[in-house]
Ligand binder design. Structure first.
Ligand SMILES: [Zn+2]
Ligand SMILES: [Zn+2]
Length: 271
């Protein structure tokens, strides 16, 4: 079905190393697509914050977003944000950055294990045993949830995009039922959001991160705050599959999604 409250809280501009468009091009595209609320959440890799100049990225992305917000304020609600990758490995620094910038939304993300490369680049094929990596990944997601400083937990089950989607391996996820429950319960206890990341719909895996089963579990355990993000790195992907995510959210029992303004959750009716 079609929806009028289209919200996209996870997108990347040219300030991300893997982003492609200026804030103006993206705002224009979002307005054309009828998106009501958009957040720019450029990557900040916290373990390499100074080494790889993410301190400059943070400043440029934030200031540019504020200017774009002003220019487009009559047509679009634009929110400031950051996707803090590996933030829980650098907790003090991450908290310092969060207090430096007056973000609307901070996304907590894990793309790589400490001292390893992003799952995106890993060779996970053949008969390599990926379970030790997944074990560590879920332990770290729980650690990040317990740290409790971000607003929404990004793309839970991210490694499956590659293990299942790219390498066509079968992963027995029942091994992780217990720890996933613990992660979800920790988010709920702390009043944090789970992100429903729609990138998987347009990738080989074909399902969002996390999948419907986990979103349903989050709801059944008492989850209230669900954010939706396309993880767009191109203008054409802004708002992509958000209606599918809304359909999924409704099937799981959500009648609203969450928008963060100045780090505070606001429920927006799915309609
Ligand atoms: Zn991410
Ligand atoms: Zn992202």
């Amino acid at each position: 079905m079609t929806y009028r409250n289209i919200v996209d809280l996870h997108t990347h501009t040219e300030h991300s190393f893997d982003g492609h468009h200026t804030t103006d091009v993206l705002c224009r595209a979002a307005i054309e697509k009828g998106i009501k609320t958009l957040a720019f959440t450029d990557h900040l890799e916290m373990y390499a914050y100074y080494r790889d100049d993410f301190d400059k990225t943070a400043k440029e992305s934030f200031e540019d977003t504020l200017e774009a917000r002003e220019r487009n304020k009559n047509e679009l609600e634009l929110l400031t944000g950051a996707e803090m990758g590996e933030a829980a490995y650098e907790k003090a620094l991450s908290e310092e950055v969060m207090s430096t910038y007056n973000y609307d939304i901070v996304i907590g993300a894990i793309h790589n294990l400490p001292d390893k490369e992003d799952f995106y680049y890993m060779d996970l094929g053949g008969d390599m045993d990926f379970y030790p990596l997944l074990d560590e990944y879920f332990d770290l997601e729980l650690d990040m949830a317990r740290w409790d400083k971000f607003d929404t937990l990004a793309h839970l089950t991210y490694p499956l995009r590659y293990i299942v989607g790219k390498y066509h391996r079968e992963a027995d996820m029942s091994r992780y039922d217990e720890i996933i429950d613990e992660i979800l319960l920790t988010l709920i206890k702390n009043g944090k959001a789970l992100e429903l990341n729609t990138a998987g719909y347009r990738q080989p895996i074909g399902v969002p991160s996390p999948n419907e089963e986990i979103v349903k579990r989050f709801r059944d355990l008492g989850g209230k705050y669900l954010t939706v993000g396309s993880d767009a790195h191109y203008d054409i992907h802004l708002g992509c599959n958000v209606p599918d995510a809304y359909d999924l959210a409704k099937r799981c029992g959500f009648d609203s999604v969450t928008v963060y303004r100045k780090r505070e959750p606001h429920l927006i009716t799915i309609e």
